[in-house]
Every structure is written in structure tokens, then in C-alpha cells.
Design a protein around this ligand. Structure first.
Ligand code: FHN
Length: 633
């Protein structure tokens, strides 16, 4: 017995999963509204902000007693189980003489960012501002003697940038009643309510009363907090500053807007106010050994991708212990700012794409009467898309001051049933990273959400667009926030897709399963794909490649299924079932997408598509734990 969900019900389910997922937290202020009184008005226009992770942890910068500690470097105290008395010594050395608040704000401004969120207290419990509620703060415990939050608040005011504070409201490895320190304290003895009263509430009050208008209080990692406690915090914030927004990680869906997991982007448009925060390399705070910088192009693609789905991008920098934002970050930010000077119209205050899912060539944002086509990979002659029913009035490059018209052709294909829009393009992309084409249209966008081929005739069947027929007994499987089907344990579940093919012929059938970066890679599930009645059975591989979008949270693993023949153009049907799930680690089958790639594109011969799945964290961590044991003995 299976349950079949129609599209509207699927959208409801996806919305429900989105709201209830542990990575994503609901909002209470509802749909975006625009008015002067709306505390969200500035945020919806902003679309791009700067996250700053700064604290005592930037001194060791990922290395303790000469050993490199794997993982994000602001977690060094926990990962290396550093006793409080030892970690506290860092404060005596913390003297960021080169810190210049205005320089930081100017960098954010030049990058085109509209708000800054900085760690006022991270999980290590150290307050990076003048706190009366605790002596474990930058004024009382360091030789620095300055309050960086005060200086930042002044600089932000001067430059018209909104300021918000990150505050770790649950994890506090310094306080006996905070969560997370099980090497100095007995976790069973934690009195979390007392910690909230003694430290969190007084400090949040200070943050909201000492620094003028605060745009956002950004809480993090809720787990043991009760609903009542979350409610008390959000009420307190709104009482002290009614226009201050509270992010979704407060807990229990009580924040003002939703937040995805770190570096996580949904597969489709999500309604309501939401944000994705992301790293430029891997660590949030400065880590000397972390040189895994995303390119400017990748960062711009992420920005376009997030805005095209209705979100806001909070991009992180990790200044050094001296107070300097690392040069690789500055370089990328300035390039992004240059891009935004030309293409900002397609980002600021822009709405999401009218199309479901994603395009391989780029992303779409909107404003009334306009579609902005953000092109990542410039096609040879023309940009083509299907299912767009409006009439197009004019197309031009956003970078072209003269707005010279590009030739547009609107026709119907497949026996006159499907709208095709073709925009002829100059041979050279106007931008080396992401080029934006403006398409002026009549009326509200009206699109057919059939799955059509991409420009090169590749067919992409995403998890997010599957008809998911769930086994009745299965309450676990879901389409998660990152556009991945998760917790697929039941062999009666079926994912299926109807889609269009325009070019009959031979295609390579490829399956992308998803590997969660810190849970390690588990492949080896036996799956069956049926395409127009033909069946293909394979074991999912444990070889893959790094995903190009959600670089930190999910990675893709590629399974080659078969070379298949599609005999006739037109409507096709493909279904996917799992015949045997690998029980290892109890993770289930995690599925991202199936692609049908025309044989002519020679996908199978490009080795880049088949590099091994990276397991750096798991392996590094095992190695580190061995070293730590030796060191402690
Ligand atoms: O544990 C933190 C981490 O250090 C960092 O602050 C990120 C930023 O979103 N939040 C937590 C993990 O999700």
C-alpha cells in the first residue's frame, strides 16, 4: 500500500518538512510584506550580508600544542578538550591592535553587503564586548581595553550598514550550566534555566541596550532549550527593540525568519523570509591551514542561486587575531562588489524565479515586468528556455548601458504544444563570472512547470521535483532542506518523474546520491530505475565528486547506471526504487538527482566528474583523536 502525493500536496509537505526540519526553523511573522513599518522591508531589499566570526579562538587559529585540530577552528576548545583554565589564558594574549571597525565596514560596503552579523559570544562563552554580566569579556580579561562592538556600531551607523549580533544561547563551554563542556563539568548537573537567567538574558539585554538600534539577534545551535524559554528570549528581544529581527535558530520555530543549515541551499523556491549563511573557505573563524577558498565565480553563483529561490545570503569572513580580514576574503568581496555595481538591480529587492527547480545554465530573479537571467556558463549562440507563456518585449545585457536589444524569438515546439523562447547572444560573455540578461515581459510571469530539457538537451530529475509515493508505514523519508531525499530506508518508496525529451537518441543515465560531509560517505545501496518500461539495477557507488553548490554540507556521488535509448521525443516516465539499503551507519539512501546526458556530451570521459568522494573530515578526525590520546597520556 502506498500513498501518492499530488503536486499541491507535495508543496504542502515540502513546506511542512522545511518548517519542521532540524536545520531549518520557521518564522512567525509570515509572508514578506513591504511597508515602512515592516521590520523586514530593509532585509528583503538587502539580500546580501556579512557574517563575522571573531573571538579568542582566532589566536590558536586551528592549532593546539603544535597539533593541527581538524574541523572548524572556532570549535578548537571542544575538539581538543581544552580545560577552561588553559583556554582562559588566551584572553591575556588577545590584543588585536590592527582592528579598525571602519575598515571592516568599508569592506562590507564595497562588497555591496547591507548588514553585518558579528559573534558577540560564540560557544566558547567569551564576550567580545563590554559585559557587566560576566568578567569573561574583552574589556575585563584582555589587554586590548576596547569594545569592538561599540566601534563597529559607530562605523555601521556612519556607513548606513545594519548591525546584528550572533549570540550562542545554548552552547557555552565556559559556564557550568551552559551546554557542551563535558570535560570540565558533569553534563548531568547542568541547570540550563539558571544559565539562561544568569548569563544569556542579561547579556542579550546588554547587547540590545548598549549599542543603539540592532537589526538582528542571531542565535545558534538550539537543542535543549524549551519552547517557553525560546519564547521568553524572543519576547525580550522584541520588547527591548521591536524592530530587531530574531533568526530561526532560536529554537521551536519561534524566530522571525527561517534559516537553512550552514552552506545549505534549497533545491527550489521557498516562500517566506529565509537566509543561508555560508563560509568562503571551510572554517568560520580564521584557521591558518584553511586555504580552500571558493572562487569569486562560485560565490556569485551562490548569491544568484539563493536570491533566485527567495533567500538572503549571509557570507562569512574570519578576521585574524590581529584584527585583519584575510586578503583572500577581501579580494573576493571586492570583486563581488564590482559585480554588484553593474548587476545589483538583479539582486537587491529582487524576487524569486517563477520556474520550479534549477537550470544548469544559471538562475532567474524577478522584478515587476522583468526577469533577470543570471548566466553562469555562456552558451555558444543563444539562451533557450521552455514553458514560458508570457510575451517577451525586449532583452538586453544588464552590463550594457545602451540596453541594445538582443534578438528574441518565441515559437512553439513539439506539435505546437510547448513554448520556446530563444534569446540570441553575442559570442563573448559580458562578465567572466556571471552575466545578467534582462528580459522585459508582459504581465505576471506565467510558466509551465513540466520538466523540460536543458539547453544542451540534458534532462535533470531533481529530488525536489519527484512525485514521492511513500510506503504507508514510512514516516521517515522526506525531501530535506538541501534538495536531497533523506532517510530512505523503505524499499516500497517510489520516486518518479514525468518529463519531456526533444531529441531522441542515446543518453547516459547517471544517478547522483548525496553524501553528508561530516557523517561520511555511505554508498552501496541497490537501486532500480525504470525508464519507459526498461529496468536498470545498480549499486550506488562510493565514488563521487564535490558538489559545486552546497560545498560544505552535501557532496554528490556519481553512479553510472547505463547508456539508454530514448526512441521518441515527447513525454517520458522514469521511476526510482531502492531494492536493498546498505544498513551501515543507519543513514539510509540519500538521493539528489538523476540525469540523462546526451551521449554526444561525452560525460563519461571527463575524469573530473568521477573524482573520489572526499572524506577528509572523518579521516582527519580519526587521526587527530589518535594524536590527542597520545598527547594526553
Ligand atoms: O557551531 C556553529 C559554528 O561554529 C558556526 O558559528 C555556525 C554558523 O552558522 N553555526 C554553528 C553550526 O551550525
Amino acid at each position: 500500500m502506498r500513498l501518492f502525493f499530488s503536486k499541491p500536496i507535495r508543496i504542502l509537505i515540502i513546506t511542512f518538512v522545511f518548517i519542521t526540519s532540524s536545520l531549518i526553523i520557521g518564522c512567525t511573522r509570515g509572508e514578506p510584506k513591504k511597508s515602512d513599518k515592516d521590520p523586514f522591508a530593509w532585509w528583503q531589499e538587502a539580500r546580501f550580508g556579512m557574517f563575522i566570526h571573531w573571538g579568542l579562538f582566532t589566536l590558536p587559529a586551528g592549532e593546539w600544542n603544535g597539533i593541527e585540530v581538524p574541523y572548524i577552528a572556532e570549535w578548537i576548545m571542544k575538539r581538543a578538550r581544552i580545560p577552561i583554565a588553559e583556554y582562559e589564558q588566551l584572553a591575556k594574549q588577545f590584543n588585536p591592535a590592527k582592528f579598525n571597525a571602519e575598515e571592516w565596514v568599508k569592506i562590507a560596503e564595497a562588497a555591496g553587503m547591507k548588514y553585518i552579523i558579528i559573534t558577540s559570544k560564540h560557544h566558547d562563552g567569551f564576550a567580545m564586548y563590554d559585559s557587566k554580566a560576566s568578567d569573561y569579556d574583552i574589556i575585563d580579561a584582555t589587554p586590548f581595553g576596547r569594545d569592538p562592538m561599540k566601534e563597529l556600531a559607530e562605523a555601521c551607523k556612519k556607513h548606513g550598514i545594519k548591525l546584528g549580533f550572533y549570540y550562542s544561547h545554548e552552547q557555552d563551554w565556559h559556564h557550568p550550566n551552559g551546554r557542551g563542556n563535558d570535560w570540565d563539568f558533569d553534563p548531568k548537573k547542568i541547570d540550563f534555566a539558571q544559565y539562561l537567567e544568569e548569563k544569556v538574558k542579561p547579556q542579550v539585554r546588554e547587547l540590545l541596550t548598549q549599542y543603539g538600534p540592532i537589526a538582528i539577534i542571531w542565535f545558534d545551535t538550539p537543542l535543549i532549550i524549551t519552547k517557553e524559554q525560546s519564547q521568553e528570549l524572543v519576547d525580550m528581544v522584541h520588547e527591548l527593540q521591536p524592530n530587531c529581527l530574531v533568526n530561526g535558530r532560536l529554537g521551536h520555530g519561534l524566530g522571525d525568519y527561517q534559516g537553512f543549515g550552514d552552506n545549505q541551499i534549497p533545491g527550489d523556491v521557498v516562500t517566506g523570509n529565509w537566509e543561508t549563511c555560508g563560509t568562503m573557505n571551510d572554517s568560520w573563524c580564521y584557521k591558518k591551514s584553511d586555504h580552500n577558498w571558493k572562487s569569486t565565480k562560485t560565490l556569485l553563483k551562490l548569491l544568484s542561486n539563493i536570491v533566485s529561490k527567495g533567500g538572503t545570503y549571509l557570507l562569512n569572513v574570519g578576521p585574524t587575531a590581529e584584527g585583519i580580514i584575510p586578503q583572500p576574503s577581501v579580494d573576493r568581496l571586492l570583486e563581488m562588489g564590482e559585480w554588484l555595481k553593474i548587476n545589483g538591480e538583479a539582486i537587491y529587492d529582487a524576487g524569486p524565479s517563477p520556474f520550479a527547480g534549477e537550470f544548469e545554465w544559471g538562475a532567474i530573479t524577478t522584478k515587476p515586468g522583468k526577469l533577470y537571467l543570471h548566466v553562469y556558463d555562456w552558451p555558444a549562440k543563444a539562451l533557450i528556455f521552455y514553458g514560458f507563456r508570457n510575451s517577451a518585449k525586449k532583452a538586453y545585457l544588464l552590463a550594457d548601458k545602451n540596453k541594445s536589444a538582443l534578438q528574441i524569438e518565441q515559437t512553439k515546439v513539439q506539435d505546437n504544444t510547448i513554448n520556446q523562447l530563444t534569446i540570441s547572444l553575442p559570442p563573448q560573455a559580458p562578465d567572466k563570472n556571471v552575466s545578467v540578461i534582462v528580459l522585459e515581459i508582459e504581465g505576471e510571469p506565467d510558466v509551465d512547470d513540466t520538466i523540460f530539457p536543458q539547453i544542451d538537451n540534458t534532462i535533470v530529475l531533481n529530488a525536489f521535483r519527484a512525485n514521492l509515493e511513500k510506503a504507508k508505514s514510512d514516516s521517515l523519508i522526506s525531501i530535506g532542506g538541501g534538495g536531497v531525499i533523506e532517510r530512505w530506508f523503505n524499499t516500497e518508496n517510489i520516486s518518479s518523474w514525468d518529463f519531456q525529451v526533444f531529441e531522441p537518441g542515446e543518453y547516459d543515465l547517471i544517478l547522483f546520491s548525496a553524501a553528508h560531509h561530516w557523517q561520511g560517505w555511505i554508498g552501496g545501496h541497490k537501486v532500480k530505475i525504470s525508464l519507459n518500461g526498461e529496468e536498470y539495477v545498480v549499486m550506488t557507488t562510493d565514488q563521487g565528486r564535490t558538489a559545486n553548490i552546497s560545498t560544505l554540507t552535501w557532496q554528490d556521488a556519481v553512479t553510472y547506471v547505463a547508456r539508454v535509448q530514448i526512441a521518441k521525443a515527447g513525454k517520458q516516465y522514469l521511476s526510482l526504487t531502492a531494492l536493498k539499503i546498505n544498513p551501515e551507519k543507519n543513514q539510509g539512501f540519500r538521493f539528489r538527482s538523476i540525469k540523462l546526458i546526451p551521449k554526444s556530451l561525452n560525460y563519461m570521459n571527463n575524469p573530473e566528474n568521477f573524482s573520489p568522494v572526499q572524506r577528509p573530515y572523518m579521516e582527519e578526525m580519526e587521526e587527530f583523536n589518535r594524536k590527542l590520546e597520545t598527547f594526553q597520556n
